[in-house]
Structure formats: C-alpha cells, structure tokens
Ligand binder design. Structure first.
Ligand code: FES
Ligand code: FES
Length: 906
C-alpha cells in the first residue's frame, strides 16, 4: 500500500488472471471491478448489501462486492459471472436460465447465477429449500423467483415449438442477459466521462437560495461545471401529459418534495467530492403530506392554478346508483386506504450523454424513448432532430421509467461541458426522486339483490398524486372506468381525484390505480357474498361480464370477454383449497389457513386517446431480414413477442429475424411500454408489417396467398404452384440498403368518453382471476402465502412461457403491495427498510392460460403486463379474512397491523 496517498495498489486474481488495481483506500470492490477492471457484469443496485446484484465469489464463497473493500481482496481469488460462465456449472445454468426464461430484465441475473454456481459446486442436485437458501440474498423484482428456482434445480425446460405464435421459445434476447453482457444504463459510458451529482432538497418543502456557483466551482478541485435552472435553455419543466407539464428540471426558489433537484455538479470521475459546502441554503416551509392535510381549508397551494390542490378528476356514471342502492336487499360499504409503493427495480436510473456534432445523444434506461425525445427538445429549446435517444437495456421499469429522470441532467451537462457525461442514481436518490404508486383513500358502497345480482355501486376515490402531475391524470381517469371490476353493474357512479401534496410525484405503476380500487371492490364483494350466503367464486361468476353485456361505460364487446372463463378455470383449485383449509383449521388452533379469490380487468392502451405504434422491416440484398423494433423490452418480452408475431405474419421462422432495437434514429415510434399495450398495439403493427412484406414478396412472382416463403443462402424463394427464386442481389436498394421493405402503423379504435364517462375507452380489455391460499399465525399476525392459482385471459398466448413469467412476477409485486411494502418519505429510502418479496416469500404459482380471442389483438392476443397484479392483493386480503375472520381496510397487511386487528376483533 502506498502510505503517502489515499490510493492503494492491490493484487488479486480476477477470473483466473492476476491483476493489480489502484483503488482508493476502502473503495468498494464492486466499484474497482466495474470501473477499474472493466467487469461490468458485476451489477450495482444498492451499494448497501441489500440487493445482491453485485454478488461475486471470493475464494469460492458468494460475497456482496459492494460491502468488501478492494484491499480486503488482496491475494484472493475473485470470480464474476464472466469468469464462471464457461465452467460446467456456468454452462448448465446458462442453458437452464434460457430454457426457463429465468431472466426477465436481467439486472439481477449475474448475482443469481454467481450464487447458483456456488451452490451447484457443493450441491449438484439441490432441492427447493437449498436453492432458496443459496439465492436468498439476491433480489429480483421481475420474475417472482419461481422460474429461477426451476432453472437452478434443473427441472426440464418447458419449451416447445420453433417460434410460431403460441410456441414457448426462449427469449430471442435472453443469451446476453444470462451471460451478463447486457448493457444497462450504468454500463455504457466511456471511461473518460465526467460524473454528475444532483443536489436535492432535504425537506418536504423548502424555500432555497443558491450562492455563487461559479466561485464554488473555481475553488473546488475536480468540479468542471455546475447546473441549475438558469442553465435550462428551453422549458424548465417536464411531464408526460401535455396539459400537465409541471415538474421542473431544477426547482426555482421553492422545492416541493424531499429529493427534488435544485442544482447539479459535474466533476471528474475520481473526484472525492464533499458536497456539504455546496452554496445552497434551504428554509423549511410548512408542508402538506397527506390528502386530508392538502384539502384542509387554508392549506398551502402547490400549484396556483389548481384550487384546493386538486390536480384533476375522473368520473363515470350509468343508471342511478343511489336509487339502486336504496332498493338493494344487501348493501356493504367501507373505506380503504393504501400508501406509496415504490417500484424498486434493481437498476437505479442511469445513463450517459455526449455531443455528436450539433446533436446531443442520450443513452439511458427508459420505457418511452420517443416521449423522452419530445420532452428533451422542449427542455433544450432545440428542434427534435438535434436529439437522439438511444435506450440502454432497462433493469426493470414497471411504469416509473416512463418519466424523465436522468435525461435532462445528462443533456444539459454534455452541452455545457462539451464532454461525455454520466450519472447513476444512488438507491436513495432513486427512491426519493422518482415516481411511486398513488396512495389511495377510497369510500365505496355496493348493493346486491337477494338472488346475488349486483345492483348498484358508488365509488369515491382520493389519490395522493404528490408534488407534480406525472401520470396522475391517467390514474384519475382510469380508476372510475375500472372500479366496478369486470362485472355487470347497471347503476354505477364513480369519481376519482388526484390531490397534490409535498410528496414525491405519484405516477405510473402497473395498473395505474386499478390495483388500489380492486382491493376495495373485491373485499366488499366477499362481504356481499357472505351476507347473501353465496360462495365467493359463485357470486363473482353470477355477476361476471359476458360477451354482449355493457360495461359501466356502456361499451359492449361481442367477443373476448374472458372473466367468466377465468373463474371457471379456478373452480377445481378453489374447491380443493377450501376443503384443505377446513381440514387444516380443524386441527390447528393458533395457525389458521384461508383461501381468497379476486377478479380483475384492465383496458389495454391509452384511455380514449390515439395510441399508435409503427413497425418497420426490411430485407437486404444478402437475405438478411431486419425488424426495426422500437417497443422497449423492459423484461416483459416485447423483443420476443413482436418478433414472433412479425415472423408468423411474414411466414418465416423467427430465428431468421434480425432485431434493431429502440433508437430514435433507427426505429419508428412504437409508443411507450406502458398500459399493457405492446403485445396488443405494437404486436398488431408487427402483424400488419409482416403481412405487407409478405404481400410485396408474393406480388413479385405473382404467387398465391398460401405460398411458402423461404429465406436462405443469401436468397429468397417462393413456392406456390411452382417455385420461384427471387434474385435479391439484383434488386434496387433504398437508402437503408433494403430491397423490400414494409412500414405499418396500428392505432386501436376507441371513442371519447362523454361527461358521464360513457364511450369506448379501450378497444380491448384483458381479464384475470387469482386464488391465494395463506397461513396466518394468529398471535404474531404473520401471513405466509402457501400457493397461488392465477387464471389469465390473454386472448392468444403468443409465447406461453412469457405469459407465465409475467404472471409470476406480477403476483410477487401484488404480494409485496398486500403484505409488506409502504414507502415513507425520509424513512424507507433504501432496500433494507423498504421490504420487497425475497425468494423465500414466493410460493408456487399455478398459471392457467385462458384464451378468449380479442377482435383487434394480433392473432387475438391481449395485453397482460398490468393485469398480473390487480387481483393479487385483494385475493390475499380475502384469504386473510377467510383464515382469521378479520377484514383489513388498509394495506400493507403487516404483522403488527394484522395482529392488532385480530386482537381488536377478539
Ligand atoms: S449492490 Fe451490493 S448488495 Fe446491492
Ligand atoms: S429479472 Fe430479476 S430484477 Fe429483473
């Protein structure tokens, strides 16, 4: 060690090679591996030992590299995924993870595989408990863990087919995820990039003043530039809905939530920067942090134009709910509340930017590249042509990466310094500053007649939308449309309002408010069923929407209403679980089992708004078939699904499709990855594009529609009544080098809602029903899920294994929302205080795929991404009630909350 400096030279063996690294004393091994030794297969999700993404083997034992000082690794043998993937265990796991689709976004996969290698070296044939033990320190937010368990145990891979629609093939982009070579937001910056640090408000609300930034910069070694609102050349605001663009890039004079950006510092990469002397003074101001506080008379207004702190509202009415409730035989009612839920993707927001000529290029994780481009052009005051968005791989999004985060800071810093710049949010600033699921306060009344028919419902919802609008207007509009659940209710009145508070902005999170409303509605349905003496499944089946019956918006679907089929699919498991619980409970006094059921639906795509996707494809003279696939695959499988649909429509094997992924210079706008729209909307565009290319090819040789197209050996042949060879290399090429091309757009047919919310908000709904079996310790209040059975109507499963993966991952998130997750600003801003489900929390999930073809979806397919967690939390709450007799009206059902409720009930 060099005692004269704070840098030490450390020799260690990395993946079989002796290396020496000059690292700061105490520097995290994860940092040295990634930044000094190029081991970007080591991922960082928390820098606190909570997520396990950084797991490496040190002398054969799994270690969180973020918790080990580099100097502690001196003389030791460090192995990362890159060094393990050619081992016998590594090769086996690579194949098995692919075969089970055990990697979704892939950010946790290196940590999972490294931990699994350590296990398999000692226990070649592990059982489920051993896998759970070995992988217990690595968090995954996407998969629900079950496929990872199956892969590590070496269960047979459930693959079938070669890639036609309906075939369970491995992800077309899975190999890089499993190999650890996928490049996420923090993996792509050049070595000489400057680093951005954002200065944030430490109070829920504060006035602030910046001092002399230039003087501070000049006096502070390593600082190249500072940024503040004064550096924003265009609009110092962003947002996702044009009428609600209200969030400043940098606050001016007053910050409205803890974690809001007020300035930024751009410095050299190895600058050990102490920001405590940064010239800013904050003066805390009275803040409103709950909906009740924000709506109280005299409460401070967050936005001058939004009286009463009401951002906006949504409303749906049909029939006469009050009259129907007055004549109902049974009426139940309740007030239900939920808190903030954090997305907790394992990849914090990250990226880099650089100037290329007079354009700025932003490489960052995102769910919405074209929306990012449009917002950045406004912020910079530049024409859109001068901005390029090149999305990196996304280590989980679930809605939050629809909003801008790092992009403005990257662009402004690159423009100001003229150099490449990078940023990676810490876990704390990711949690403080990015959007959350809306806390909700819902008052609901539902009535039914003696024969078990629903006859009226009133719903009033208040949603804490935080300091800025983000997707709050979408939540306010969506919830009244969905709050009935997928049931026939002729007399209905629902309103929802978004209320501003001095909290982080609430935004999009799988379901846009519908998971919260489903908790209230499905809980009250169980109460109604009980009061009517009906089985909970039977009650729902009686009232389930059917083809031809109108929704609460007056929309009638002639086909594809699959909620009834979902409940029917659950019947055998329901009957078995009910009997199991009865038998179990007869023998146990202190621990009780219960089973719960819930349904859900979700309209795919934007609500009554244009929602187009465009897919382009081209055939090169050498026979290469290129698909310009601009839909962000954030782990859900869009790359695979869109390719399967396109290949099927064209009539070639999916293996012959070469993907060009999202890039605003290279791919047309496929819209945002949001609202369960990609399989449906972009899938439909891919089908049209495949069909258009097929028609062009058939026309070249006047072949019949059922002719067989074959690509191979650099050529194209078409075989109908006779075989034609098409000499691609002699055909004229366009500017992109294509000899045949197609570019098609699909926009789902919707109709605007009128003042009563009547219209056609979505061209398609997907449907789901979940059953949860739980065990509750009555003294401790702990809930142990035993198993889930999930029936999902997906219209047509394009890739059934992807469907299962989505369902399992969604259930894990629903489980977290129901039992453990609540974000408290200032208190749970890390992954040890904010708990998400671990591998040990997830029981087996039996996925039942229901296929009621949709009239508009490609090959009948429906969206799925939101549906997968909507029924989970209410099913769990109903199961808890079944076990204990206690009905919780607030989530999460933490042990203390449930224990208190059980005690009070007694
Ligand atoms: S980054 Fe090391 S445990 Fe999360
Ligand atoms: S696949 Fe595990 S976090 Fe995304």
């Amino acid at each position: 060690m060099d005692k004269r400096s704070d840098t030490a030279h450390t020799a260690l063996t990395l993946n079989g090679r002796i290396v020496e690294v000059a690292a700061r004393v105490g520097e995290r091994l994860s940092h040295s591996l990634r930044e000094r030794l190029g081991a970007r297969d080591v991922k960082v999700g928390c820098n606190a030992g909570d997520c396990g993404a950084c797991t490496v083997l040190v002398d054969g034992a799994p270690v969180c590299a973020c918790l080990m000082a580099t100097q502690q690794a001196a003389g030791r043998c460090v192995e990362t995924l890159a060094g393990l993937r050619d081992s016998a265990e590594g090769r086996a796991l690579h194949q098995r993870f692919q075969g089970h689709q055990a990697a979704q976004c892939g950010i946790c996969t290196p940590g999972m595989v490294v931990s699994a290698v350590a296990l398999l070296r000692v226990v070649p044939d592990p059982d489920e408990d051993q896998v759970m033990q070995a992988l217990g320190g690595v968090l995954c937010r996407c998969t629900g863990y079950r496929k990872i368990i199956d892969a590590v145990m070496g269960k047979p891979a459930p693959l079938h087919g070669t890639g036609a629609v309906g075939d369970a093939i491995p992800r077309v982009d899975g190999a890089a995820k499993v190999a650890g070579t996928e490049a996420f937001g923090d993996d792509v910056a050049p070595a000489d990039a400057l680093v951005i640090r954002v200065i944030r408000c430490p109070h829920p609300r504060a006035a602030f003043a910046l001092g002399d930034l230039d003087a501070w910069r000049a006096a502070t070694p390593g600082v190249v530039a500072t940024l503040s609102a004064a550096d924003v050349p265009g609009l110092n605001a962003f947002g996702v809905i044009p009428a609600f663009v209200d969030q400043p890039v940098f606050a001016e004079h007053e910050a409205r939530f803890r974690g809001e950006a007020v300035a930024a510092v751009v410095c050299t990469a190895d600058t050990p920067l102490d920001l405590s002397g940064f010239p800013v003074t904050f003066t805390p101001l009275p803040a409103v942090e709950t909906v009740d506080q924000a709506m109280a008379p005299g409460a401070p207004l967050l936005h001058d134009t939004r009286a009463g702190n009401v951002m906006t509202g949504g409303f749906v009415q049909c029939g006469d709910a009050a009259a129907a409730l007055a004549r109902a035989d049974v009426v139940v009612e309740g007030r239900f509340t939920s808190g903030f839920v954090e997305h907790a993707y394992i990849e914090p927001e990250a990226g880099f930017a650089r100037m290329v000529g007079d354009r700025v290029e932003i490489h960052a994780c995102t769910q919405a590249p074209v929306m990012d481009l449009e917002s950045m052009a406004l912020i910079l005051g530049w024409p859109k042509e001068r901005v390029r968005i090149v999305p990196t791989a996304v280590g989980g999004g679930f809605g939050s990466k629809l909003d801008l985060s790092v992009q403005p800071y990257l662009a402004l810093a690159a423009i100001k310094t003229g150099r490449a710049v990078r940023i990676a949010y810490s876990r704390g600033e990711s949690m403080q500053s990015t959007t959350k699921r809306h806390p909700s306060d819902l008052s609901v009344r539902i009535g039914a007649t003696r024969d078990g028919r629903l006859c009226g419902m009133q719903f009033d919802g208040l949603f804490n939308t935080g300091a800025y609008a983000s997707w709050g207007p979408t939540v306010a509009n969506r919830v009244p449309v969905h709050a009935s659940g997928p049931y026939r209710i002729a007399d209905y009145r629902a309103s929802a309002k978004g209320i501003h508070t001095h909290c982080p902005p609430s935004g999009a999170f799988r379901g846009f408010g519908v998971p919260q409303s489903a908790i209230a509605q499905e809980s009250l349905f169980d109460e109604l069923a009980e009061r009517l003496g009906l089985d909970p499944l039977e009650f729902r089946a009686i009232n389930a929407l059917r083809n031809g019956t109108p929704t609460v918006c007056g929309q009638v679907f002639d086909q594809g209403v699959g909620i009834g089929a979902c409940f029917e699919a659950l019947r055998p498991a329901w009957a078995q679980a009910r009997a199991e619980c009865t038998a179990f409970n007869a023998k146990h006094e202190h621990v009780k089992r219960g089973v719960g059921i819930a349904g859900g639906w979700y309209g795919c795509g934007n609500t009554s708004l244009p929602n187009p996707s465009t897919i382009k494809a081209g055939l090169r003279a050498d026979g290469t078939l290129v698909l310009h696939q601009g839909a962000m695959d954030i782990g859900q499988g869009a790359n695979t699904v869109i390719a399967q649909i396109f290949a099927q429509a064209l009539g070639v094997p999916v293996a012959q499709v070469t993907l060009i992924g999202p890039d605003t210079d290279l791919t047309p706008d496929a819209g945002k990855t949001s609202a369960s729209r990609q399989t449906f909307v972009t899938g439909a565009a891919a089908k049209l594009s495949g069909e258009a290319m097929r028609a062009s090819i058939l026309k070249l040789c006047n072949a019949p529609e059922d002719a067989v197209i074959a690509l191979g050996d650099g050529g194209l042949s078409v075989t109908g009544a006779e075989r034609h060879h098409i000499p691609l290399d002699r055909m004229p090429r366009d500017a992109e080098g294509y000899v045949i091309r197609s570019c098609e757009t699909y926009d789902p047919p919707t109709k605007p809602l009128d003042a009563n919310g009547q219209g056609h908000p979505y061209a398609q709904f997907g449907y789901a029903a979940h059953m949860a079996l739980v065990e509750v310790d009555l003294a401790l209040g702990t809930v142990k899920p035993i198993r889930f059975v999930a029936a999902h109507d997906v219209g047509q499963a394009i890739n059934p294994l992807l469907v299962e993966g989505q369902v399992q991952g969604g259930i894990a998130q629903g489980l977290g929302m129901a039992l453990m997750e609540e974000y408290l600003p200032g208190r749970t801003e890390n992954l040890h205080d904010y708990l998400i489900p671990t591998i040990g929390d997830m029981p087996p999930v039996d996925t039942l795929i229901v296929q009621e073809p949709d009239a508009h979806g490609p090959y009948g397919a429906k969206g799925l991404g939101e549906h997968v967690l909507i029924p989970t939390a209410p099913a769990l709450l109903n199961a808890i009630c079944n076990a204990t007799g206690v009905r919780l009206h607030a989530v999460p059902a933490t042990p203390s909350r449930l224990r208190d409720a059980i005690r009070d009930a007694r």
